[in-house]
Design a protein. Sequence first.
Length: 437
Amino acid sequence: MTASAPRRHAWPRTLVARLFLIFLAGLLLAYGLSFASLFYERYSATKSMMLGDLERDVAIAMDILDRLPADERPAWLARLSSGSREYRLGNGEADQPLRLDAARGVAQSIQAALGSRPVAIRAMAGDPRHIQARAVLSDGQPAVLDIHLSAMRPAPWLVVVLAVQLILLVGCAWLAVRLAVRPLTRLARAAEELDPNAKSPLLSERGPAEVARAAAAFNAMQERIAAHVAERMQMLGAISHDLQTPLTRMKLRTEFMEESADRDKFAQDLNEVERLVREGIDYARSAHGNVETPVRVELHAFLESLVYDYQDTGKAVTLSGAAAGPLLTRPHALRRVLGNLVDNALKFAGAAEIRVDVQEGAPLSVFVLDRGPGIPEHELDAVLQPFYRLESSRNRDTGGTGLGLAIAQQLAVVVGAKLILSNRDGGGLSAELRLAR
């Protein structure tokens, strides 16, 4: 039989909860110690005062009873009694030894007050806080002091005041923790929403020095990333654009060469390079697709137009699903995304189906479906990266340049959509473009 692993205590995951628990534990401990010390100090002072009063009261009362005639003593008993102390004549009923420290302290005060006068102090059988002190007067008559010891309790108003103070301090601690963690939360949200392909709003640099410094550093990092991405895109676009001129000259020279197998291979290589350059320019331009002004389009008519364009060229492209209503989007970028997905389906499956899924309260989804070979599960995310190709042969006719899905992914972000690739049951690929309404 194996020993079970030790159970770990649950610890809050958020920084706000952790800091608040630490502050709360410290406040409760500090308030508990303060209340205990205050209560002990008041208890000690009250105890000393009560024992001093008891000592004087017993000495005076016994002297008065001792000096009075026996027939007048019963009339004075009520006058001498007060609160929890009552004087009686007789032997009393208490016969148990004292068990409480408070009772022993009272007994010492009574003995000190009576001096050499013999006194017997006992507790009642059913209540150790109920004690009786029996003394003998000068004429031999016994007198009993009956005492009910009361427990020391704090005043109700003191508990209320301490509770109100504790609530105020807990509220201030919670507010302080929220104010301290809020800049960190805002920084994390800005980091999650950071888009290298779009200009994100800058963080406010107001507030404490540490918060302003962190916001300024994040804004500077955001600007450096945007400048770096823009420089890369500009470099890619410039190189691709500048290559078009020598490629055009080379193609013209190829036209004047004598027909041969080498000429055909050379022309084919030039076409592949030209296609790569053209798609490189398209990829560079797709990074700046958000400059297009959003307009409202009728999505169903928009998709029908796209499908008819393919059908007019003899391509097997169909449209199905629910009829979608108007949509605010960037139409040229959206058309390029769907066109790349349809071209990819036609290349690998020979046919494509565009399906619209409209559900109440859910994002609008446009699917591009095919029955091709699909994509291995571990490469579904990798194929969205630029120049990533599934085929190791690098065959342009079957594998392409590796930029089609990357451009679609980049333009999907521009139109405010999410591109999701998945394999279909029975074979084929499903490319879902999830659009925000």
